[in-house]
Design a binder for this molecule. Structure first.
Ligand SMILES: Nc1ncnc2c1ncn2[C@@H]1O[C@H](COP(=O)(O)OP(=O)(O)OP(=O)(O)O)[C@@H](O)[C@H]1O
Length: 699
């Protein structure tokens, strides 16, 4: 700032010869601090100030006191273009101001300079405060007593204390920052010191730098600057977790057994994992940065999966050369644009090998299964069992399986199907095979003898009883199997006793007092419908549930025709051996047997074969030897004219007549004989032949 901006322009000045009283009057009149004194040639030769006049006191007003007496001389002038700040350093109260020509142009009082300096200082202070308040970092400065002298808005925010309250307080009353007080003591700066502050909304972390304030080599205070690094801390934590995540992803990609390639949207390979290297035999480092087409050129792949994925905008799967199963999946950004493509390559070689191995193993196990079945079949056949039907095979396998489990089995089926045979098979294949197998025909024992037959009796139990007493069927079957055949015929009065014995696993002999523990496996059989009997109150429900643990349904012979001929042959051989006779059997007999209903099942077949062998006088057993009901059945069921498909009935009749007549004429030699064989008149034959000819059908 220049002097001319704050000086007082002067229109008056003093001459040395002027009375001093005039000087006083002029100074008072113009309300100024002093007036310069000019020589006749207008040069500044002195200066009279208000203070000078006051010091002179009353003498000023004496007549002979002149300006020359009072004025200070020489006098310090100041240029109008000088900086007024310099005037502060000049000794004196006021200064005449001269222009470029060194002529008086104004007057500058030191008090005015002081005021300006003060204003300036205030404005600088304001600016500094504004600047300090504008920075985000908190700033707190203390004097050497630890009293806060500077405190910006960011510090307010940090301490949650207004500046008005903090200024003038001791630092320790505002914030716990011992470090800054230590700076006062040792004069040493402290850098990057972390300070954590707890607020109701959570914690915040500040990084502080604390420095001493030196003045003339002395520590006169200390200043601390705080930077809120909470966000930075958060970001750094986030960064850490992103890094961790990245590492995990890397590990996942690398530990995948499938090959993985990641490309950008242009198909440039960004990365490929080790598995891919293993699969294709080209180092991953070599293909990274190359386009996917590079692998097509190298003949590794034939399809551009990248193009396919980009075209489809969704995952695409292709099978390459029967060797790779490749799935490409797009990775889209928030705008839905494909940024990356993740390609998964599964090497099918091992899978194919495994599939082949599995096929071979399956084949082998099927072979073994067949062999087991065959062996099992042979074993069963050794027991005299004859069968060829899958149904029977399956049933017998179930029976053998059930044999190993010590459970009650209820064998169901028509009379003569082989229920007895199955019961024996179960026993013979069970762990009780070396124990007894006792069959009780429940229907054959009179009701009054049932209890003593089943549970035995003590000596003298009743009149006519064995003197020594007798063991019942349960006791006889101990450690073995008790087969209750025809259980449906058991009188209801005895059923409850039987149930108790089965459940309690003990029997009480008739006339006895102490029950005997027994260990038997119960097998039961019936050709009656127990369920209906239960409904009709003829069979106890509780006993039914007790014995019907595992039901085994033996199907009738007519439902397993494959067994009929093997059984018939076996029975014929058996009786040939027994009776020492041999007979041929006409194939039509077998046809008849196959078509018969077999209400008496295997037993009926067995009996019929025995009868046929014994009663047939001829060397060959033919259909005529069969009982009428069996043969009739054959006639009914064996049509000699077969219909292959639908055709007009009239044409069909003509065709049948043509074939019959022509065969009969060929075999019998004449129309007359043919008519006899066909059981019609000769005239009928002649008429039919002529009608056939009219219809265009030659014989
Ligand atoms: N698969 C078979 N192989 C050889 N013989 C069999 C076969 N099935 C049954 N038999 C014979 O048939 C006859 C009748 O069989 P079994 O007595 O087992 O029938 P069941 O169903 O118990 O008859 P019922 O209901 O009358 O007691 C027996 O002589 C038996 O040896």
């Amino acid at each position: 700032m220049l002097v001319n901006k704050i000086m007082t322009p002067l229109s008056v000045s003093l001459r040395p010869e002027q009375p001093a009283a005039e000087a006083w009057q002029l100074i008072r009149q113009h309300k100024i601090t002093g007036l310069p004194v000019l020589s006749p040639n207008e040069e500044i030769i002195g200066m009279v100030t208000r203070n000078d006049l006051i010091e002179w006191g009353a003498k000023v007003f004496e007549q002979n006191t002149t300006v020359a007496d009072i004025m200070q001389s020489p006098v310090q002038t100041i240029g109008e273009n000088d900086s007024w700040a310099n005037a502060w350093a000049i000794h004196g109260q006021a200064f005449p101001v001269v222009n470029q020509d060194n002529r008086l142009c104004g007057f500058l009082a030191k008090t005015r300079v002081g005021c300006e300096l003060l204003n300036k200082a205030n404005s600088i202070q304001l600016q500094v405060d504004t600047i300090l308040d504008s920075v985000n970092n908190g700033i707190i400065a203390i004097d050497n007593n630890g009293v806060i002298r500077l405190y910006n808005q960011a510090a307010e925010k940090m301490t949650r204390l207004p500046k008005s309250s903090a200024m003038g307080c001791h630092l320790s009353e505002v914030i716990s920052l011992q470090g800054l007080l230590d700076v006062l003591k040792d004069g040493r700066s402290r850098k990057d010191f972390k300070l954590s502050m707890t607020y109701t909304q959570g914690n915040r972390t500040y990084l502080t730098n604390q420095s001493p304030i030196y003045e003339n080599g002395q520590v006169v205070g200390a200043v601390a600057i705080f930077q809120d690094i909470s966000e930075l801390e958060f970001i750094s934590e986030e960064l850490d977790s992103v890094k961790q995540l990245n590492k995990k992803l890397e590990l996942i990609i690398e530990s995948s057994y499938d090959g993985i390639i990641i490309t950008n949207a242009d198909g440039m390979i960004i990365r490929a994992n080790q598995a891919h290297e293993r699969i294709i035999g080209i180092p991953s480092a070599k293909i990274q940065g190359q386009p996917m087409d590079y692998l097509i050129e190298k003949g590794v792949y034939t399809h551009s999966i990248v193009e396919a994925v980009l075209a489809a905008g969704e995952p695409v799967t292709v099978v390459e050369k029967d060797q790779f199963l490749i799935t490409g999946s797009p990775v889209q950004n928030q705008e839905g644009e494909t940024e990356r493509i993740v390609i998964n390559i599964r090497d099918l070689t091992e899978l194919n090998e495994l599939r082949e191995q599995l096929r071979q193993t399956k084949e082998m196990s099927e072979r073994y299964q067949d062999e087991i079945n065959e062996l099992r079949g042979r074993l069963l056949k050794q027991e005299g069992l004859v069968f060829n039907s899958p149904k029977m095979q399956e049933l017998l396998q179930t029976a053998v399986r059930l044999a190993s489990v010590d459970t009650t089995v209820l064998i169901l089926g028509e009379s003569g199907v082989g229920k007895d045979v199955f019961a024996k098979t179960i026993h013979n294949n069970s762990k009780r095979q070396n124990g007894p197998f006792i069959t009780v025909n429940c229907g054959a024992i009179p009701e009054n003898l049932l209890e003593s037959e089943m549970f035995g009796y003590e000596r003298g139990a009743f009149t006519g009883a064995n003197r020594e007493g007798k063991a019942g069927m349960f006791e006889l079957a101990n450690n073995g199997t008790l087969f209750l055949d025809e259980i449906g015929d058991l009188p209801i009065s005895f059923q409850v006793k039987l149930l108790r014995a089965i459940q309690e696993k003990e029997v009480l002999r008739v006339g006895g007092s102490k029950p005997k523990p027994i260990n038997v496996r119960i097998l039961a059989a019936t050709n009656r419908n127990l369920e209906t009997m239960v409904k009709e109150g003829q069979f106890r429900e509780d006993l039914y549930f007790r014995i019907n643990v595992v039901p085994l349904n033996i199907c009738p012979l007519r439902e397993r025709k494959e067994d009929i001929i093997p059984l018939a042959c076996t029975f014929i051989q058996k009786y040939e051996k027994k009776y020492g006779i041999r007979k041929r059997v006409s194939p039509r007999v077998y046809d008849a047997l196959l078509n018969y209903y077999w209400p008496g099942n295997v037993r009926e077949l067995d009996n019929m074969m025995e009868r046929l062998l014994v009663t047939t006088a001829d060397d060959e057993i033919s259909v005529e030897h069969l009982p009428a009901h069996v043969f009739e059945n054959l006639e009914d069921k064996q049509p000699e004219v077969y219909v292959k498909g639908i055709m007009p009935l009239k044409n069909a009749v003509l065709e049948v007549e043509r074939q019959l007549i022509s065969t009969a004429i060929k075999e019998c030699g004449s129309a007359n004989r043919a008519a006899q064989a066909l059981k019609v008149d000769q005239s009928t034959i002649v008429r039919k032949i002529s009608r056939l000819k009219q219809s265009g059908l030659a014989l």
